[in-house]
Design a protein around this ligand. Sequence first.
Ligand code: GLN
Ligand code: ZN
Length: 749
Amino acid sequence: MNTAFGQSTVLGYPRIGANRELKKAVEAYWAGTIDAAALEQTAAGLRAEVWQTLRNARLDAIPSNTFSFYDHVLDTAVAVGAIPDRFDRLGLSDLDTYFAMARGVDAEPALELTKWFDTNYHYLVPEIADDTTFQARPGKPLREYAEAAALGITTRPVLVGPATFLLLAKTSESSGRPFDRLGELTDTYAEILGRLADAGVPWVQLDEPAYVTDRTPQEIEALRAVYHRLGGLERRPQIFVATYFGELGDALPALLDTPIEALGLDLVAGQGNLVRLAAAGPLRGKTIVAGLVDGHNIWRTDLHAAATTGATVTGLADHVAVSTSCSLLHVPVDLSAETRLDADLVARLAFARQKVDEVVLLGQALRDGTAHLPDPLPATPAAWRHDEVRARLAGLSPADRQRGAYPERAAAQQARLGLPDLPTTTIGSFPQTAELRQARAALRAGTLDDAGYAALMRKEVEHVIRLQEALGLDVLVHGEPERNDMVQYFGEQLDGFAATDLGWVQSYGSRCVRPPIIYGDVARRRPMTVEWSTFAQSLTAKPVKGMLTGPVTILAWSFVRTDQPLADTADQVALALRDECHDLETAGITVIQVDEPALRETLPLRKADQKAYLDWAVGAFRLATSGVADDTQVHTHLCYSEFGEVITAIDALDADVTSIEASRSKMEVLDDLAAIGYRRGVGPGVWDIHSPRVPSHDEVIGSLRRAVAAVPAQRLWVNPDCGLKTRGYAEVEASLKRLVAAAAVVRGG
Ligand code: GLN
Ligand code: ZN
């Protein structure tokens, strides 16, 4: 039976719960304090709450299977039977096999974790081996559909589409590309769609965001073939292909040419979609799901402007539904939970729950006209401007982004630091223990005063310094105990930023972050990190790195104002960091690390847009770091991504040392760096800190030997993949011991 799509929908909704209930339950299950049944009960409660919230908001097309215990790409891998043999062999329950793929177990490293397009969400990269046989296992979407149906709510199961699934996948062997298996996988999807139809599912959503990035004509043809095949099935739900994060380009007419019933377009990040849609001619029988409400940022929608765009779409297609531009996974749950935000700011914000209301309003406006839409917002408050910062920015010259020549810098730094070959270090944070978190909670609650809190943090810094000395590391860190989060910490100390109380967003698995909101001009009020760094340095004769978060990452992990170019906001942040670097240096800090883990993450999805981004991103980093003397060693750190595409930009950052995630991708990045003639220091991660697994001695030595084959020992650093804040002390000590020992072995030849 054909049912209409509906007039309003969202492509997905946060699954973590308003108070991170999912995180807490999953972590309790991992810790063994609750069992699978209790975990499942919490999960079912969260799912029901989302469906009921959406229904009560009068959204008339409600998604399901957007819940996940860890990651929706991993869920899709399970639904198509792409479970690598190495996990299947473990003989665990379905749930534990699932978590083993996500987190690794002693014997098996996890699937690779990487960025979900240009967001701060990370998905697990499906592994497709030669002997992977796809198999339809739609148990989860079917169960969730039935669960919602039992609540009287008809839902639309969501799966990653077959083409995107394979474009995101990796082979674990040398032979063919995963994408070559598309025909086979489409058969499996056909079977899944049949099973959904048998269960009475009226609509299915297949997400194909991979097509908003540059794709070859062959890949676009393959997409067309997939949806011709699926659209031609006799038994299937109606098909909604959702795309998001940008412009579809040639894939847009290709998809419209297939028998799918609905196509979703991002009209926020992909305004050119409108032009392509108009060029596609009259769209008979198709529903266009217009992504008019930004699912990727937290600003209130200009509803009048969005309604105008919606009206344009209405003129082009038979049926139009309003939706969010992408899943609401990427924004916090509910603005009404925030009680401490400035009223002027609240008036300009919309979180997931509020965005649902906007979608519903726009859906109604498309039908009944715009008379009932609320008035547009008044102009930005003058108090959000900083004329001094603006004047400084206007006065910048290229020299403000340029350090001295590297060979002289390297010599000056070596003379001052006297480091051995293969110097060992860590990325910055040490475990955020329960005591640290409790101290922070007590400080917030007012049961611990500033002095008491600072004393506890100093004790922790001292502990971290003593531990590193005992382990024999060469360049130490203070451990970042005082930081709740590497961006939020700076946001709290800078003008122009606001912090939320409950604005949590899933980053990966059970890890959630609370991005600050950059709403006004950015300015530093006073030194932000100098006290901690100098205190740590006072405890040891070894160099202690000053630790800052770079401008690109601060932007990437914040919700950023959209009323001025990102480049200008980045430079404002960079100026604040430049002053901080200067103050650290003056206070006697000899090594400063400016982390840019998100450099790759916000790379525009289309090649044509990338150069402009990298220019301002590199420029901002250099503005932040180039004010220091030659003998101050500047480090940067990158992670969470594959870096091939930004490798020349990494070089252009001109940092003296770059530590970079590499262990899961087997040191591949070193070849990329060698290929462009990178000449400065590099520390490829030799311990995957995303899982609690302690690497074996041979593993670390193997990685280091691979690395010394590509990079001379004088320039090669030994470090983990990333900071240690999510790890426990037991595995940290054990792993760092291996790392230091391995460095000694490899130094010895
Ligand atoms: N210095 C930070 C830390 O160690 C870097 C974190 C990151 O790269 N994500 O925690
Ligand atoms: Zn990192």
